[in-house]
Design a binder for this molecule. Structure first.
Ligand SMILES: *Cc1c(COP(=O)(O)O)cnc(C)c1O
Length: 391
C-alpha cells in the first residue's frame, strides 16, 4: 500500500460486532475475563485499549516500523525513550532541539546521573568523535527547531551502527509523509502527534515507533508502568486527522514555499530559513532525504523586540501562538515562547535571537497568508522608521 492508502486503511478496520466502517471509540477502562487467567487480550485500558491499538498500528505502518507506542504527549514519548538510560550513561545529541526536550534532558535526567554531550550535528565525523564506550543513544531532530537545519540521517545512522547504539530521530517537524527516518537507518522515531500528525491544533499526544523488539519492550513497559497514556477520544481524533495527512502536507509544502519566497525578497527581512530555498545550506540534502520541505519557515526581522511586537500586532490571519502543524497558521517568537525555557546563553549558542520569528504555515489560501505578512511587515517598517526618527 502507498502512503495515502495506509493513512486511510491502517487502524481503520471495521468493528467486528456491527461492521461500522469507522471503528467505535472504546471508552471503557476495564474488560471482562472469560475464565481464570483468560481474556480477549484486553484487561485494563492503561495497559492496552482497542482505540489506542488502532492508532499505534497506524503510526507504526506510516513510519515503516514494526511497533508503535502512543503517549499522552510528545514529552511523555520522549521520557519513555530516555527511560532506557541509567546513571553513568551518556547520550550524544544535536544541540538544536525543541526547548522542552532540552529541559527534560537537563532538569530531569542530568540530576539523575545521565550525561548529555551536545554537538552541532551537521558533521557525521563530529558524531563519531563524540561517541564513547558509555554512549547509549544518539539523538537528533531534523529539520531543527527553529533554525530548520537539515541533518544527514543516513550518515549519522551509519555512525550509530558502527557504535552499536540506537539513533533516535524526532520526526515531528517533517511528519512521516515527508521523511522516513527508519528507512534511512534510524532505529527509533519519535513524534509529538500534537503537530502535523493530528494536524488540527486540538489534541496533545506523542508516539515512539521502532522495529527493534528490545526498544519496543522497554518503551511499552514504561508506557504501562509510568502510565502517561493518551485517552481513547484523543486516539480517535488523531486517527481522524491522519486520514488527511498526505493532502495536508502537500498543501503545507506549497504554502510554505510561497511564503518563504515572498519573505526572501522583502526589505524588512534579514534572513529566511527554509530548506526549500536553493540558498539554504541544507537544500541539496533535504531534496535527497525529504519529499517536500515542510510547513515551517523561520526568518529574522529587521530591528528588535519593538518591531517584532508591531509585526505580530498587525497580523490578521496568522495567530500569535505556540505550537505548529495545524490547519491554522501560527506565528511564534522562539526567544520568549518555544525556547523561553533555555537560558540566555543557551539561546545565544543555539542562534536564537530576539528578532527571530517562526511561522507554522497553515492550510489557508497562500495569497491571504502573503498579504497578511506584507501588512505586518509594513507595520514593522513604520515602527523601525519611527524609532530611527526618534533618535
Ligand atoms: C512539540 C514538540 C515536542 C513536544 O511534544 P508535546 O506534544 O508538546 O509534548 C517534541 N519535539 C518537537 C520537535 C516538538 O515540536
Amino acid at each position: 500500500m502507498k502512503f495515502e492508502t495506509k493513512a486511510i486503511r491502517l487502524g481503520h478496520s471495521p468493528d467486528p460486532q456491527h461492521r461500522a466502517v469507522v471503528p467505535p471509540v472504546h471508552q471503557g477502562t476495564t474488560f471482562e475475563f472469560t475464565a481464570v487467567g483468560e481474556n480477549t487480550g484486553y484487561e485494563y485500558s492503561r495497559t492496552s485499549n482497542p482505540t489506542r491499538v488502532l492508532l499505534e498500528e497506524c503510526l507504526a505502518g506510516l513510519e515503516g516500523g514494526e511497533f508503535g507506542v502512543a503517549f499522552g504527549s510528545g514529552m511523555a514519548a520522549t521520557d519513555a525513550v530516555l527511560s532506557m538510560l541509567r546513571p553513568g550513561d551518556e547520550m550524544v545529541s544535536a544541540r538544536n532541539l525543541y526547548g522542552g526536550t532540552l529541559r527534560l534532558f537537563e532538569s530531569i535526567y542530568t540530576p539523575r546521573g545521565v550525561r548529555f554531550v551536545y554537538i552541532d550535528g551537521g558533521d557525521p565525523d563530529a558524531w563519531r568523535a563524540a561517541v564513547t564506550p558509555h554512549t547509549k543513544l544518539l539523538w537528533l531532530e531534523t529539520p531543527t527547531n527553529p533554525l530548520l537545519q537539515v541533518f544527514d540521517i543516513a550518515a549519522i545512522a551509519e555512525v550509530a551502527r558502527e557504535a552499536a547504539v540506537p539513533l533516535v530521530v524526532d520526526n515531528t517537524f517533517a511528519s512521516p509523509y515527508i521523511q522516513q527516518p527508519l528507512a534511512l537507518g534510524a532505529d527509533i522515531v519519535l513524534h509529538s502527534t500534537s503537530k502535523y500528525i493530528n494536524g488540527h491544533n486540538d489534541v496533545i499526544g506523542g508516539a515512539v515507533i521502532t522495529s527493534d523488539p528490545q526498544v519496543h519492550e522497554a518503551v511499552r513497559f514504561f508506557q504501562n508502568t509510568a502510565g502517561a497514556v493518551p485517552g481513547p477520544w484523543d486516539c480517535y481524533l488523531t486517527l481522524r486527522g491522519i486520514k488527511t495527512l498526505a493532502l495536508r502536507m502537500r498543501q503545507h509544502n506549497a504554502n510554505a514555499l510561497a511564503v518563504a519566497r515572498f519573505l526572501e525578497g522583502h526589505g524588512m527581512v534579514r534572513e529566511v530559513f527554509y530548506p526549500g530555498l536553493e540558498r539554504h545550506p541544507g537544500h541539496e540534502l533535504a531534496r535527497r532525504q525529504m519529499d517536500g520541505y515542510g510547513g515551517m519557515v523561520t526568518f529574522l526581522l529587521e530591528g528588535g523586540l519593538e518591531q517584532v511586537n508591531a509585526f505580530v500586532e498587525a497580523l490578521g490571519v496568522f495567530h500569535f501562538a505556540e505550537s505548529l502543524g495545524g490547519a491554522e497558521s501560527l506565528v511564534c517568537h522562539p526567544a520568549t515562547m518555544s525556547h523561553a525555557a533555555l537560558s540566555e546563553e543557551e539561546r545565544q549558542r543555539a542562534g536564537i535571537t530576539d528578532s527571530m520569528i517562526r511561522l507554522s504555515v497553515g492550510l489557508e489560501n497562500a495569497e491571504d497568508l502573503v498579504e497578511d505578512l506584507e501588512r505586518a511587515l509594513g507595520a514593522a517598517r513604520r515602527s523601525l522608521e519611527a524609532a530611527r526618527a526618534g533618535c
